[in-house]
Write a protein that binds this ligand. Structure first.
Ligand code: PEP
Ligand code: MN
Length: 336
């Protein structure tokens, strides 16, 4: 149940309402969005809601019959726009590009990437410092020290940072050094982590789980929104199917379906989506045509020397070509 309360509800009425809800064994979460103030209540539904409806300060009550509501277009018709500051905006009808290496490897690599992104007018740099790896013997990232180094250089260059955070304790630790938190596919259903993201005032990009359905991705987003953070982006990054010709199968279907179901920006990750360098470009362009609001992909000055995911990483000249084509395809889509 979601209770819409008066924006100016006084303390006394709010306390009365909260204690009534507690008596009804509801777990109450206050949420303020761009559109109003709400109490998101989780608990049994075996009471007469009219006793709440007539209380002072209550404007409306929404019964949540679906498994998600806040993330759906039934809740909010307008698209959610994410403002990272300094004119970097996602989901406002322009194509957002986030690019960088799979893993942050060191000073020189950070500088090479920044130079490339600046030349191409890309404003958001991706990179991993805590890497979830299938094998424990693979490179697992430079950690917080790597992030601090990256942050100081990115700030200087006016770039925003998106990176994956894997544990609840890192959410706070990394807060000062990042602009967008990324939830990786192995954590999309880590509900403790989702709860932690719901309490931060920074945007979160949620990647689809490797065997996760579109609805499960939306449930994950609902967790974060219901806990108080509505600054979300969803990312299709390929799913596991029976097909072995590519690392994953990019689900192009997900773009029109997600665009219909949710108001959040939808980002395509063609690097993990197909996992083969030569095919990243066509998959990226197809994703844009299918409705993606942005791309997040892997680029490195010398992909063959990359510490991780080199086989799907574009060199900088292929990255430049992709950016050029992506912008053209996006323009074309907007004109159709
Ligand atoms: C992924 O999508 O599987 C992944 C590990 O992504 P990233 O390299 O962006 O962390
Ligand atoms: Mn990677």
């Amino acid at each position: 149940m979601i209770i819409q309360i008066d924006i100016n509800i006084n303390k006394e009425h709010l306390n009365a309402l909260t204690s009534k809800l507690e008596d009804l064994k509801q777990n109450v979460n206050p949420v303020s969005t761009q559109h109003g103030r709400y109490l998101v209540c989780v608990g049994k539904k075996d009471f007469d809601i009219r006793q709440i409806g007539k209380m002072d300060g209550v404007n409306d009550i929404h019964i949540v019959s679906d498994d998600y509501k806040l993330v759906s277009k039934k809740w909010k018709v307008d698209s959610t726009i994410i403002d990272l500051g300094d004119g970097v905006i996602i989901g406002n009808g322009s194509l957002s590009i986030m690019a960088g290496p799979c893993s942050i490897e060191g000073e020189e690599q950070i500088e090479d990437t920044i130079e490339h992104l600046k030349t191409e007018r890309v404003k958001i740099m991706r990179g991993g410092v805590f890497k979830p790896r299938s094998s424990p013997y693979s490179f697992r990232g430079m950690g917080l020290e790597g992030l601090k180094l990256w942050h100081s250089k990115a700030r200087h260059a006016g770039l925003k940072i998106i990176t994956e955070v894997m544990q609840v304790s890192q959410v706070e630790e990394m807060y000062d050094y990042i602009d967008v938190y990324q939830v990786g596919p192995s954590n999309t259903q880590n509900f403790n982590l989702l709860d932690a993201y719901s309490k931060v005032d920074k945007p979160v990009l949620i990647k689809r789980g490797i065997s996760g359905s579109i609805d499960e991705l939306l449930y994950s987003a609902e967790y974060v929104f219901a806990g108080g953070n509505e600054s979300l982006m969803l990312c299709e990054r390929g799913i596991r199917t029976f097909e072995r010709a590519s690392r994953n199968t990019m689900d192009i279907n997900a773009f029109p379906i997600l665009k219909e179901k949710t108001h959040f920006p939808i980002i395509a990750d063609p690097s993990h989506g197909i996992g083969i360098r030569d095919y990243v470009e066509p998959v990226a362009l197809a994703s844009i045509m299918a409705g993606a609001d942005g791309l997040i992909y892997e680029t490195h000055k010398t992909p063959e020397k990359a510490f991780s995911d080199g086989q799907q990483t574009l060199n900088h000249s292929d990255s430049s070509r992709l950016i050029d084509k992506a912008r053209k395809v996006f323009e074309l889509r907007m004109q159709l």
